[in-house]
Every structure is written in structure tokens, then in C-alpha cells.
Design a protein around this ligand. Structure first.
Ligand SMILES: NC(=O)c1ccc[n+]([C@@H]2O[C@H](COP(=O)([O-])OP(=O)(O)OC[C@H]3O[C@@H](n4cnc5c(N)ncnc54)[C@H](OP(=O)(O)O)[C@@H]3O)[C@@H](O)[C@H]2O)c1
Length: 338
């Protein structure tokens, strides 16, 4: 296959970190440019992937705006994950369709570099829509659901209940008989989450929210709070949870952090606050366990037990101008198709 010398990509405008407002941007024009840049050359252990679709996740938006846990490098394409076909590098892998995590070279580009050991060869019955976001949210859902299951209470609570990751958690809970209790801020999301298997849905904007949470906790006894928001709602929920509760913060979608005012609970009720980051989980988890998780994830997508809801597929060349409207849509993902 003859490869072009240059390609189109959405490249980062800045280096390093930004002071950060905590706000997740929808207009990315201050942070990325549409540019024509050289097609990268894979080094030892790497492959070149022709990108079919790339995901647009909250972590991408926080990263491009300099608010994520790793520094930006100006001039390199943005985009953490995607799906495509191996077109250069290890000859044995040529033509392989893979889900992959961009290694320095992001996925919001016509071509990207992937680590040959880290990419995921795909089953043909996993769609591009699911495969574009196969790693970040599904793997995190699998890893965190294990924490909830191993806790043994038979129930857990999670915020950002209508998120794509939240919907994956609901599928896992439904299929294993664990009571999942999502928390949302829009009451209209409740019926859809119930249909996906939620045992109860808590609506944080309702006037009796904390009382209802206490009633639900008395009935189900959850000890794990998986929290993507990190706001006062999460802190209030945690305070209402029973003895031994663990608040596992894995996202900070809110721009205003919480205030803790019940410190005695850490002393007398054995409560704990922790963090979860997929990057650390991958470093700490044996490769054979990761391989089992990957196989189960693909099986779930192939069987229809999981589905990625996509609201819009943006052509790379139009993404920048269409991001503000597309990213304001609710309950589904934006993806990019180079
Ligand atoms: N730590 C890790 O390793 C890791 C890995 C994967 C994902 N994550 C995190 O997981 C979270 C979910 O990701 P996703 O891709 O599934 O998200 P998503 O599908 O884009 O959905 C985002 C959800 O967050 C809700 N939300 C946004 N801001 C909120 C706020 N201030 N208060 C309450 N709810 C808010 C939205 O609710 P509305 O519909 O009401 O706006 C929406 O349901 C993100 O925070 C992401 O960074 C972390």
C-alpha cells in the first residue's frame, strides 16, 4: 500500500498544562488546529494505523485544554483512542483491524501510531462505533465494577449515571444480579436507566434528594460510590452512605469541588476516599487478566449486551466548527471519522 506523505489532523496548539477552570470546553478552537502534517513513521514495536473512527471523551476535552493528568505536546494530534487498520510497521500485523490508544500521536488524524503490544485485534462482529471507544470507558467500567462486586454488599452507587460509562456499569450489574444505583441530575433520564437495569435512580436536583438517598441506602446497603463528578452532591451522598463506605473518585466533571464537613466519619465509621485511573490499573494488572477483560468486552459488544450510543459522526475536516453544537447534545457520544 502506498502511503501519502502528509495527512490531515487536529493538532494541539499548546504545550504542558493550563491553570484550568475545571470547565470542560465544547469549543476546542483555542486548543487545536486543523493542519496538514507529515504522516508519522512507526518505530520498533509500533505500527501505523489508518484511523476509521476516533472517540471524543471527557478526558480528551480535559487533555486538549491542559487540565488532564498528563502534559500536552504542541504540534501532535489530539485524541486518545480510536479504531482503524494497521497499514505499516510489523508485516505480520498489516491489514489487522484494531482498537488502539494513541501513543503520543493522537487519533484525531487520518493516521496514528499505536504500540503493537497494546492495541486490540478486533472481532469482525464488533462495530466501528463500539470499537472506536473500546478501551477508555469499557475497560474502566469492567475494572471498577470488579471493585463493586468484590466489596460484597450486592449494591453500589455511581454518579454521572447517564454517561456512556454508566450505561456499561448498568449492563454489568444487570447481568450479575448486583443492584446498581445511578445518580443523575435530569429526572427525564430515569426511565431509560431503569430499562437498562438500574435498581433505583437518584435525581440530585430533586428537593428530597438526600432523604431519598438515605432510604435507598437503607434498603440496598451500598458501600461503594463510583464518582465521576466530584462535587457537593457526591460528598452528601458519601456522608449518607453506611459504615465502611468507599468514595472512589474517577472523574471531576464538576468545576466546583466539594466541602467535607463530617470528618468524624473517617474516624468512627471507617469511611475512605480513593481515586481510580485506568492508566494505573493497566500498569498494575497482569497482562493475562487484561486479555480476559478485553475478550469479555468484545463479547459484550458483539452480543449486544453493551452498545455505544453515538449522536454524531463528524468528518475530521468539519469537527472543529461542529464541536460546540455536537458536544452539547445529551446522552450519546460524538465520534470523528477522518
Ligand atoms: N479515571 C479513569 O480512568 C476514567 C476512565 C474513563 C472515563 N473516566 C471518566 O468517566 C466519566 C464519564 O465518561 P463518559 O465518557 O462515559 O461520559 P459521557 O458519556 O460524555 O457523559 C458525561 C455525563 O456526565 C454528566 N455530567 C457532566 N457534568 C456534570 C456535572 N457537573 N454534574 C453532574 N453530572 C455531570 C452528564 O450529565 P448531563 O447529561 O446531565 O449533562 C453526562 O451524563 C468522565 O468524567 C470521564 O473522565 C475516567
Amino acid at each position: 500500500m502506498t502511503l501519502p506523505k502528509t495527512m490531515t489532523a487536529l493538532i494541539l496548539r499548546q504545550d504542558g498544562y493550563a491553570p484550568g477552570t475545571g470547565e470542560m470546553p465544547t469549543d476546542l478552537s483555542p486548543f487545536v488546529d486543523l493542519a496538514e502534517i507529515p504522516v508519522p513513521e512507526p518505530r520498533e514495536g509500533q505500527v501505523l494505523v489508518k484511523v476509521a473512527r476516533a472517540a471524543v471523551n471527557p478526558s480528551d476535552l480535559m487533555f486538549v485544554s491542559g487540565q488532564y493528568g498528563q502534559p500536552r505536546k504542541a504540534g501532535l494530534p489530539a485524541g486518545f483512542e480510536g479504531v482503524g487498520e494497521v497499514v505499516a510497521g510489523n508485516p505480520a500485523l498489516l491489514g489487522q483491524r484494531v482498537s488502539f490508544f494513541g501513543m503520543g500521536w493522537g487519533t484525531w488524524a487520518e493516521y496514528a501510531i499505536a504500540d503493537a503490544r497494546m492495541m486490540i485485534p478486533l472481532r469482525p462482529d464488533v462495530s466501528d462505533a463500539d470499537a472506536a471507544g473500546l478501551i477508555v470507558n469499557p475497560m474502566t467500567a469492567m475494572a471498577m465494577f470488579d471493585i463493586a462486586r468484590e466489596d460484597g454488599a450486592g449494591a453500589f452507587v455511581f454518579t454521572a449515571g447517564g454517561s456512556q460509562l454508566g450505561k456499561f456499569l448498568l449492563g454489568l450489574a444487570r447481568d450479575t444480579g448486583v443492584a446498581a444505583i445511578p445518580v443523575v441530575r435530569r429526572a427525564e433520564q430515569a426511565p431509560a436507566l431503569k430499562a437498562l437495569g438500574a435498581a433505583e435512580v437518584l435525581v440530585s436536583t430533586s428537593p428530597d434528594f438526600v432523604k431519598r438517598a438515605k432510604d435507598v441506602f437503607a434498603k440496598h446497603g451500598p458501600r461503594i460510590l463510583l464518582d465521576a463528578v466530584a462535587d457537593q452532591v457526591a460528598a452528601d451522598l458519601f456522608a449518607a452512605m453506611p459504615r465502611g463506605a468507599r468514595w472512589i473518585c474517577y472523574g471531576r466533571l464538576a468545576s466546583t469541588p466539594p466541602r467535607l464537613d463530617q470528618m468524624g466519619q473517617f474516624i468512627f465509621m471507617n469511611k475512605r476516599i480513593e481515586g481510580f485511573w485506568l492508566t494505573n490499573w493497566l500498569r498494575a494488572t497482569p497482562p493475562e487478566t487484561v486479555a480476559q477483560v478485553v475478550a469479555e468486552m468484545q463479547g459484550r459488544f458483539a452480543s449486544g449486551a453493551w452498545r455505544t450510543d453515538v449522536s454524531e459522526l463528524l468528518p475530521l475536516s468539519q469537527a472543529l466548527e461542529r464541536f460546540p453544537a455536537a458536544l452539547s447534545a445529551k446522552d450519546a457520544k460524538v465520534q470523528i471519522a477522518p
